[in-house]
Design a protein around this ligand. Structure first.
Ligand code: G3P
Length: 218
């Protein structure tokens, strides 16, 4: 399972990269705004900075919602670095743009996926990744993980190459359950990734080892 970090914060990206488990980064317009990044020049420079830190795919989202605009923006983003994956929303023109970029060999991530039908359509259009938002489905009392499961079955039935990128991951159990279902990738905050390493018995066990070592070496 690939681990992506869902942030535009350079310090957090660097921290996850230094941990040695990072396979890529996802961003979105809200995450870019959170870092105070605005204006085309600054946005492009920020993506370049992210690409310098990570060894893996970096999803950069278009703002346009029409086909021509998505193509224009997506081509400019893809030209920045070969790590860039053009992130496209699940709208009608977005499906056309997925096909356009797929035909040109440019990687895409279809975002804002909330149903298996949307995922199937994106895969048919040649998306490299589909991003089902599991946390936001859970937020409205809907089964986010169930959606990952349905998409897994469909993609396996037909041998789609499109990777399932579980997005809107909020906590370590989301990651573990996505891994059990067979999501190809998960993207989440640094806190969810770091939470995987914590267990109280590990802390207790380590304290005991160190105390015993100190006793026998005093
Ligand atoms: O990047 C898309 C997705 O991961 C957003 O997550 O927490 O805003 O629902 P969240």
């Amino acid at each position: 399972m690939k681990f992506f970090i869902d942030t535009a914060n350079l310090a957090q990206i660097k921290e996850a990269q230094d941990l040695g488990v990072l396979d890529g980064v996802t961003t979105n317009p809200s995450l870019m705004a959170k870092e105070g990044i605005s204006g085309e020049k600054n946005v492009l420079a920020h993506y370049r900075a992210i690409c310098e830190i990570v060894n893996g795919d970096v999803s950069a989202e278009v703002i346009s919602t029409d086909f021509e605009g998505m193509v224009r923006e997506g081509e400019a983003l893809a030209a920045l670095d070969e790590k860039i994956v053009v992130k496209i929303p699940m709208v009608k023109d977005g499906v056309k743009a997925l096909k356009y970029f797929s035909d040109k060999g440019i990687k895409t991530n279809c975002t804002l996926i909330f149903s298996a039908g949307q995922a199937l359509l994106a895969a048919k259009a040649g998306a490299t990744y589909v991003s089902p938002f599991i946390g936001r489905l859970d937020d409205i009392s809907t089964d986010g993980l169930g959606l990952i499961d349905s998409i897994r079955v469909i993609f396996d039935n037909y041998g789609f190459d499109t990777e399932i990128l579980a997005a809107s991951v909020r906590h370590p159990m989301h990651i573990i359950e996505c891994a059990q279902i067979g999501a190809d990738v998960m993207t989440g905050p640094l806190s969810a990734i770091e939470a995987l390493l914590k267990h109280p018995l590990t802390d207790i066990g380590l304290a005991k080892f160190l105390a015993d070592h100190a006793k026998s070496n005093s």
